[in-house]
Design a protein around this ligand. Structure first.
Ligand SMILES: [Zn+2]
Length: 160
């Protein structure tokens, strides 16, 4: 057995979850490899440290609360039900929308009135962008980046 395989099995060996033959192989590796043996000793030290902690009494009513949470019907949000590829796509789409809105406004010049659809898109994607348009101020790429990150984080939280 090599170190890579031994490290992969180390926690299961530590918890006594390996079949006898595999467990013997890991033990043999630990007897012949100082690095993996040190890793295993660190696990043992951690277990001893945890076991030496004093018991803490749970707050009254904790178990009842846990049981209520477990029994409560759980409905998935739209965000949780969405396919992973779609969830990855949302921030990208938001960034593309911001950039498109910026390009639209930039093509009109700094003093020009933004077209209604551009204003609506900008307001939907990020509020500070809308403010910048209203104030006729310059829009930096940093603002776009911050707003994209802000908007991405917020849409995730709102959906939850
Ligand atoms: Zn090793």
């Amino acid at each position: 057995m090599n170190c890579r395989k031994a490290r992969k099995l180390l926690h299961r060996y530590f918890d006594g979850e390996l079949a006898a033959a595999l467990s013997t192989e890991v033990r043999a590796h630990l007897d012949s490899c100082a690095g993996c043996a040190a890793e295993f000793q660190a696990l043992e030290a951690l277990r001893k440290a945890v076991q030496s902690l004093p018991d803490v009494a749970p707050l009254p009513g904790l178990w009842a609360r846990v049981e209520r949470e477990v029994a409560a019907p759980r409905t998935l949000s739209i965000w949780e039900e969405a396919e992973p590829w779609f969830r990855r796509l949302v921030p990208v789409a938001a960034a593309a929308l911001v950039l498109a809105a910026c390009a639209l406004v930039a093509s009109r010049g700094p003093k020009a009135e933004a077209p209604p659809i551009g204003r609506q898109l900008a307001a939907a994607v990020f509020p500070s962008y809308e403010e910048a348009i209203l104030l006729n101020g310059p829009i930096s790429s940093d603002m776009v980046l911050r707003a994209t990150i802000y908007r991405g984080g917020r849409s995730v939280n709102e959906a939850r």
